[in-house]
Design a protein around this ligand. Structure first.
Ligand SMILES: [Zn+2]
Length: 334
């Protein structure tokens, strides 16, 4: 069976199938809660040859079996190169690793016009099994300007049986012309108990703390756990940073280190206003008296985040970030 069956998607899936009036749906909401999985389940359901109209896929018919094996002739999944293998792997679909040769550019994070041209050829062809043809695009904001423009006409007037399921965690950045051609399908954060049960089923220890650390996004919590982050390490991080311990962050990739500091700063600002933190447990956080040094730190973190993908020297960069964090945190408690 396809690896897209996140338990909290059942209700949004049923709802989206029942309410779909347009041939193009746009799943939107925060990242890390299953947008791609919902778009893929929509596609499978539209292609299913046994389910009643507007009902979820049966998982057993010939179409569903082709779908799960990644060989359905009427299904196209459009992803940026940089995401292609990992997204297909997490869905349980076959994938090919893109070879990155020395000196060759990194796999692109954009969906380029060449990929959309191939898609348009698929859009013109007749449906192989005669039920529908479905295109899933994720994340839709990865379509670059030229690619998005070349998609517009087909999105507006698809031929025959063609349907689209786009998914986006930044729908505000989509071209308005793309947005206006799609019926929105909101996908909010899942209920906490459903997210925790799912994380437990994946063998995640300290799931509550990691779920809070990610702001309630279970897929992100799983990813962090698989990358080696534990709840204990997360909860110890604020005090270690306050002591100037570079090792508190040195295991993290630069973008993740910046993200962790931004969450810490956010929580400390809340504490300085007498509110509880969102990402860290109460015992993990100091009690700052002044917000001003934290707000200045927040602005510095935002500047640093723009360069987090390519720091010239990652360890020096982390050292500077920790020194900056320590200074801001100590100024805030004075
Ligand atoms: Zn089926």
């Amino acid at each position: 069976m396809l690896n897209a069956d996140l338990p909290w998607l059942q209700a949004p899936l049923a709802d989206a199938l029942a309410r779909a009036r347009s041939h193009a749906l746009l799943v939107q909401g925060p990242a890390g809660v299953g947008q791609l999985e919902l778009a893929v389940k929509l596609a499978q359901s539209w292609l299913c040859e046994a389910a009643a109209p507007a009902q979820p896929a049966c998982n057993h018919c010939p179409s569903c079996k082709l779908f799960a094996s990644g060989t359905h002739p009427d299904f196209q999944l459009l992803l940026p190169e940089a995401l292609d293998a990992s997204a297909r792997e997490s869905l349980g679909l076959p994938f090919e690793e893109i070879e990155t040769k020395a000196g060759k550019a990194k796999p692109s994070r954009e969906i380029k016009v060449e990929a959309v041209r191939n898609l348009l050829a698929f859009a013109q062809a007749t449906s192989a099994r005669g039920k529908a043809k479905v295109v899933v695009i994720f994340p839709a904001e990865a379509l670059n300007g030229v690619a998005a423009n070349s998609l517009l006409k087909t999105l507006e007037e698809p031929s025959g049986l063609l349907r689209f399921a786009l998914a986006s965690h930044d729908s505000a950045s989509l071209l308005p012309t793309i947005r206006s051609r799609c019926q929105p399908v909101p996908l909010p954060l899942p209920p906490r108990d459903a997210a925790l049960a799912w994380l437990a089923s994946k063998g995640v220890d300290g799931a509550e703390g990691l779920l809070d650390a990610t702001g309630g996004r279970p897929q992100q919590a799983l990813e962090w756990s698989q990358a080696g982050l534990t709840d204990a390490a997360w909860q110890a991080m604020p005090k270690r940073v306050a002591r100037g311990e570079v090792q508190a962050l040195s295991d993290l990739a630069p973008p993740r280190a910046i993200d962790a500091l931004q969450r810490l700063c956010h929580d400390l600002v809340r504490r300085s206003h007498g509110q509880p933190g969102q990402f860290f447990a109460p015992a993990s956080l100091s009690s700052p008296k002044r917000a001003a040094p934290l707000l200045a730190w927040d602005a510095e973190l935002r500047r640093a985040a723009r360069h987090a993908d390519h720091p010239l020297n990652a360890s020096l960069w982390i050292e500077a970030l920790v020194a900056q964090a320590r200074a801001a945190m100590s100024a805030a408690v004075r």
